[in-house]
Design a protein around this ligand. Structure first.
Ligand code: PGA
Length: 265
């Protein structure tokens, strides 16, 4: 696991956007896995700014979002589809036909959504880079504690903590769905690379488990320890619970020296 501890949340956004830009320079038709929530917002703003300056183009890019609420329409501003339009897709040159979310609009049988989504990801050739946040309870996507580490895209019932934490996005609590369709933990692990972003002290406990805890379904993010290429980009506050922080900083200094000498592999 590559653990990159940065000064603050702005630095995390800058580094995350730079990594996406570098990937798209190498592979303009990359398949990106995208996340919603408050954490990636600053990174998306950065990518929009980079696009406006002509530093990056998304014309060949395909995207798959991690999750979507059950029962919301794509044009519902409270849906994750609405979030992605507002925060990223409406401001860049991406072909909207290549953007995917596991939509489950009213009238759709939720059980059918997961297998179709998995099939679409396979048809696109798999995800090159999956962007992730992490919940305070260690969830990735909406894979709540006790999710199977071998899970694929399916319906999940949200925990009371997650409902509480996400209630800020809903003006009327009665409109907040309690079910979501989410990529599974095995789906996320199938991505060639994973980049998890976490900022702020409320993420410190989850980050500690993710990096230093035992692999456990009770902290779903710990499943990333089994992945070959994971970068964890965190700020000082989110890193506050790490016991081996000095070591991670030292590793990074060494990695930078290697990079200067041999370039990126
Ligand atoms: P947040 O959510 O970015 O809004 O903190 C992250 C998550 O729940 O995965």
């Amino acid at each position: 696991m590559e653990i990159v501890i940065l000064e603050n949340s702005d630095a995390v956004a800058i580094e995350g956007a730079a990594r996406i830009r570098r990937l798209l320079e190498d592979k303009p038709d990359a398949v990106l896995g995208l996340a919603t929530g408050s954490t990636p917002l600053a990174m998306y703003r950065r990518l929009v700014a980079d696009f406006r300056q002509g530093l990056v183009s998304f014309t060949g890019v395909t995207t798959f979002n991690l999750d979507e609420y059950v029962g919301l329409r794509a044009d519902d501003p409270q849906s994750y589809s609405g979030y992605m339009s507002r925060e990223l897709f409406d401001h860049i040159d991406i072909d909207r036909g290549r953007t995917h979310l596991p939509l489950c609009e009213p009238g759709t049988d939720p059980a059918t959504v997961g297998p179709c989504y998995e099939e679409s990801i396979r048809e696109a050739g798999g995800i090159d880079l999956q962007v992730l946040g992490v919940g305070q309870n260690g969830h990735i996507g909406f894979n709540e504690p006790a999710s199977s580490l071998g899970s694929r895209t399916r319906v999940k019932t949200l925990t009371p903590e997650t409902l509480h934490s996400n209630s800020r996005y809903f003006d009327d609590p009665a409109e907040q769905p309690e079910l979501a369709v989410t990529m599974g933990i095995a789906t996320i692990r199938s991505a060639s690379r994973v980049m998890l972003l976490a900022t702020g002290s409320r993420k410190a406990a989850a980050v500690r488990q993710l990096v230093e805890g035992p692999v456990s379904a009770m902290w779903p993010a710990t499943a990333l320890q089994l992945h070959e290429r994971v970068a964890v980009l965190i700020d000082n506050e989110a890193a506050a619970g790490l016991e081996r922080r000095d070591y991670y900083d030292w590793v990074n200094r060494k990695q930078r020296q290697l990079l200067l000498r041999y370039g990126e592999s």
